[in-house]
Design a protein around this ligand. Structure first.
Ligand SMILES: [Zn+2]
Length: 348
């Protein structure tokens, strides 16, 4: 009785040994050995290994791994056995080589900001918010589209001077109408041109027709819970669709953090530049169209209220708008310096 049981056990062990193979690596011990972290989605049986700045996505049964959101490597499909997920030595080797190659090809690159996209709101037939200021004995209209263009152009000039190695782009450089969709297309097209970070800074002015005392500046970014489609299905490939939601939420976390830091820096810059002239209304969260659809750190700055008589005088004054641009410039500059120094930036 006993001997048959032992024999059965030995047989079972041998079978398991043959299946797993002495060389196979358990994904959990592998990540532990590397000092990496593993995020696993049990429902999809797929996960992402975070190793420094590198992200390696694998799924049980999928014969390719996705490295850093864009590089596909053919591997032996990971298998689930004995309550664990196993990778063959060959698969581990393939993944290691791909990570190494990508690191060499883009050494240091991804911690750089390459593009700064400035987006002056409204334009052409779309005036945005309209207030008025007195000029002599007359009241003349004060249009948001003019304020945003003026600040955008000055900010672009400051950034080009301060960061000659970066590319500063305006979604509009004159009084023309650009739709929200077109603005997002301009932003996301830059993703094809660089693996580095792109910053998206939208510029607007506020109005509060029912509360004319409202004044001050504020910076908006996306609420952290918002789920965007950040990782392209095409890049991931059909067989990696299971991994997309995890990749997406990890990318979202990174971009959300970067957006928040950028917003805080711009608020501090404006506060320092404008001093007592305007109030800091703080960091706000909303899913504005442009912020929601641009797949990069993105913020929307409201530089002041055209509906407030006192603030409108400032917003109609080129010298004041220059101070606004200076403040925003200090904020963007502080972000870039922190980001490029930190070594904790994300892969794009
Ligand atoms: Zn606006």
């Amino acid at each position: 009785m006993r001997s048959t049981r032992v024999a059965a056990l030995v047989c079972a062990l041998l079978a398991v040994g043959a299946l797993i193979g002495a060389q196979d690596k358990n994904i959990l011990s592998l990540t532990n050995d590397l000092g990496a972290t593993l995020e696993w989605d049990p429902l999809r049986d797929a996960g992402v290994i975070s190793f420094g700045d590198d992200r390696i996505a694998v799924a049980v049964g999928a014969d390719s791994a996705l490295i850093n959101y864009r590089i596909k490597v053919q591997i032996d499909a990971p298998v689930r056995r004995n309550g664990g997920v196993w990778l063959t030595t060959a698969a581990v080797g393939e993944i290691g080589d791909a990570v190494q190659k990508d690191r060499l090809a883009h050494a240091g690159e991804h911690l750089r900001v390459q593009y700064i996209l400035l987006d002056p709101g409204h334009g052409g037939k779309d005036s945005g918010a309209v207030g008025s200021v007195s000029s002599g004995k007359k009241q003349v209209p004060l249009m948001e589209k003019d304020i945003t263009l003026s600040v955008g152009r000055t900010l672009a000039a400051l950034l080009k001077e301060g960061f000659p190695e970066k590319e500063v782009i305006l979604t509009r450089n004159d009084d023309t109408f650009v739709s929200l969709e077109e603005r997002v297309v301009i932003a996301n097209a830059l993703l094809e041109k660089t693996k580095d970070t792109i910053l998206y800074v939208s510029i607007h002015a506020n109005t509060s027709p029912f509360n004319k005392t409202a004044s001050g500046f504020e910076v908006w970014c996306l609420p952290p819970a918002y789920e965007r489609t950040l990782v392209d299905e095409k890049a991931a490939g059909k067989e990696n669709l299971d991994i997309l939601p995890i990749l997406n939420s990890m990318r979202e976390e990174e971009i959300s953090l970067e957006s928040t830091i950028l917003a805080q820096n711009i608020l501090s810059g404006l506060e320092a530049s404008l001093g007592q002239k305007s109030a800091n209304r703080g960091l706000r969260q909303n899913d504005w169209y442009v912020v929601r659809n641009a797949r990069m750190p993105a913020v929307l700055t409201e530089v002041g209220f055209v509906s407030n008589a006192e603030e409108a005088v400032g917003l109609a004054d080129p010298a004041y708008l220059n101070e606004v641009a200076q403040g925003m410039y200090s904020g963007v500059k502080a972000f870039i310096q922190g980001f490029e120094r930190s070594g904790s930036g994300s892969a794009r």
